[in-house]
Design a protein around this ligand. Structure first.
Ligand code: HEM
Length: 96
């Protein structure tokens, strides 16, 4: 996996890759008239969701993580990623 591939194609040399549809090397929400109308909500939800997944769970990837890709339009994984979440919090603390 080449995690910084979008940064390496920074043709504007601005040092910033925008995900909102202006920089065509990275378009997670599409672009133009049919671009994703939920982008503002999604950008706020993503941080909270990711933080909760990191804070509340340990992740067991069993046999390790292989980030290789196979050919395809959307850079699909070559091998499945099987992760088992282990709760790190005490559920009774959240009971009302
Ligand atoms: C990480 C979260 C999200 C991602 C990655 C995402 C990505 C996308 C993409 C790639 C498209 C197609 C854009 C195109 O055809 O050019 C799309 C369309 C759309 N998205 Fe999202 N989206 C997300 C969250 C949301 C949310 C939270 C909502 C609503 C609350 C939403 C509503 C829509 C709708 C209604 C369309 C269809 C727009 C149209 O066809 O005119 N999306 N989204």
């Amino acid at each position: 996996m080449i995690s910084n591939r979008a940064v390496d194609t920074d043709i504007n040399n601005s040092g910033v890759i925008d995900v909102k549809g202006l920089h065509y090397q990275l378009l997670p929400f599409g672009t133009g008239r049919r671009g994703c109308p939920g982008i503002s909500l999604a950008m706020q939800e993503l941080a909270v969701t990711l933080a909760a997944l990191v804070q509340c769970f340990d992740w067991n990837a069993g046999g390790g993580v292989d980030m290789s890709e196979r050919p395809g339009l959307t850079a699909p994984r070559a091998y499945e990623l099987n992760c088992v979440p282990l709760a790190r919090f005490t559920p009774t603390l959240f009971a009302t």
